[in-house]
Design a protein around this ligand. Structure first.
Ligand code: TRP
Length: 455
């Protein structure tokens, strides 16, 4: 498709592999490698993991499928899709919440993306060589509270992301995602092998896989729900937007399942790489947002070839981050294009500038602005908490009610079976989940998590 008829015909992904790679590229990112271990650590380990897995299967994957259905049926962005399918009704609020969430998420996500670049360069310069566990930890704190360096890297990542999104989905996302994800997976597996063979690493595996439910609080359950949406890229209209790019012959259910499985496998592998090392080096598992950055350099120091692996790892982590930042900026940009009838380049650039401004404040909130607290959190932590636990869950709630109760069953059937060409046996089950299970579970978990219901 050339640039001129792009205006007339909606872009679409060229191959099924490219499509799945792009969706996985969106799902797999810092959420799996940075946020998942940090959430597991803060919430006490295996019990959190089990609840998380439960939510992925019973709520996350069905909602992802629902988002695909909405997108491919309406062929619009997150907000436009709801308006097309239910004109004059307010369901598109789910899309607006999603676009807003995308905006806020990218502001802090790009900060962490910047950290991966700093670590990539530290790896190249062999800066961790000879440092003790404590020194590596102190180095991280000093870096994130620096007023300049994290902001500089954040600008770099926002520039690259904007460049790719401004040039369109087809030449951008698809091309970059295809090769990078498999490579990242290989490196993480190598890290796993090193981590589980560390002396004292067994305690980490126990922490990750042996549940102690007394450690799990209501807040942890809400964190698990919020993180399942965050990690699967749900509740932001991203999968709606991707669904709108999917061809008619694609099997939506199979795609959602593959994306869900891939995302979960990467998170688990990341956990297996982190926790044995956390325990072997005496790092505290509830360290928070710094966990991965403080732990992994120590693992590389203990590896033959650690120098090369550390470079490869941070390079790939950066690229995995990029495929996610692209998808997040794309969600906002697609909305701005359609809403204001703006040209793609202009829309991408303007959106990115606003996000970057907020992002800089978020980065500074780890340093010079750390005394400014919102509900006891700095801006960085607050954005992280607010978006996953409030915005994504609310947006996902509305979309599951929409698909379960409002959307014509015939549309669901048509989209799942590709107009009768596929034999699909789970249509009833999916409807039941989206109608009852998902909304009720989300409401209960949410109200419990914010303390309105006491268990
Ligand atoms: N899922 C990505 C990750 O795990 C982050 C992300 C990309 C995201 N797109 C999203 C999160 C949409 C929520 C919604 O890193």
């Amino acid at each position: 498709m050339n640039k001129d008829n792009r205006v007339v015909k909606r872009e679409s992904f060229q191959s099924s592999f490219g499509l799945i790679a792009a969706a996985i590229g969106s799902a797999v990112g810092l959420g799996n490698i940075w946020r998942f271990p940090y959430m597991v650590g803060v919430n006490g380990g295996a019990a959190f993991l089990i609840v998380y897995l439960f939510f992925v299967v019973i709520i996350g994957i069905p909602i992802m499928l629902g988002e695909f259905i909405i997108g491919r049926e309406a062929k619009k962005d997150a907000v436009g899709s709801y308006k097309t399918l239910a004109p004059k009704e307010k369901w598109y609020i789910s899309g607006i919440l999603g676009v807003l969430a995308a905006f806020l998420i990218l502001a802090f996500y790009s900060v962490v993306g910047g950290w991966t670049l700093e670590y990539l360069f530290s790896a190249i310069l062999n800066k961790f060589q000879g440092q003790s566990v404590a020194q590596i930890g102190e180095g991280f704190s000093a870096f994130i509270s620096d007023p300049i360096r994290p902001v500089f890297w954040q600008l770099v990542i926002m520039l690259i992301t904007t460049y790719i999104v401004a040039n369109g989905v087809e030449d951008g996302i698809e091309k970059y995602s295809k090769v990078l994800m498999p490579l990242l997976l290989i490196i993480v597996v190598i890290l796993d092998i090193r981590a589980v063979t560390l002396t004292g690493g067994g305690a980490g595996l126990e922490f990750l896989f042996k549940p102690d439910f007394s450690k799990l609080k209501a807040q942890g359950i809400l964190d698990a729900l919020g993180h399942s949406f965050f990690s699967l890229s749900l509740g932001m209209g991203i999968m709606v937007t991707y669904g709108s790019y999917m061809k008619e012959k694609e099997n939506l259910g199979a795609t959602a399942l593959k994306v869900g499985i891939a995302d979960t496998v990467v998170a688990l592998l990341a956990g297996i790489a982190i926790f044995p090392a956390v325990f072997a080096f005496g790092i505290s598992p509830d360290e928070g947002a710094g966990l991965v950055f403080v732990t992994l350099p120590n693992v590389f120091l203990q590896m033959p070839g650690g120098y090369i692996f550390s470079i490869l790892f941070f390079a790939l982590l950066f690229l995995a981050t990029l495929t996610s930042t692209i998808s997040i900026l794309e969600a906002v940009t697609a909305y701005v294009i359609e809403k204001f009838n703006m040209e793609r380049k202009k829309a991408a650039i303007r959106t990115a500038i606003l996000i970057t401004l907020l992002g800089i404040i978020a980065s500074l909130s780890n340093g010079p602005l750390s005394h400014r607290l919102i509900r006891g959190m700095n801006l960085f932590d607050f954005l992280d908490y607010l978006t996953a636990n409030y915005f994504l869950t609310m947006s996902a709630l509305i979309s599951s009610i929409f698909i379960g109760w409002r959307l014509d069953k015939k549309i669901i059937e048509k989209q799942l079976t590709n107009d009768g060409r596929l034999q699909i046996r789970y249509i009833r089950l999916l409807s039941f989940i989206l109608k009852f299970i998902a909304p009720i579970a989300i409401i209960i978990v949410f109200l419990t998590g914010i303390g309105i219901i006491k268990l």
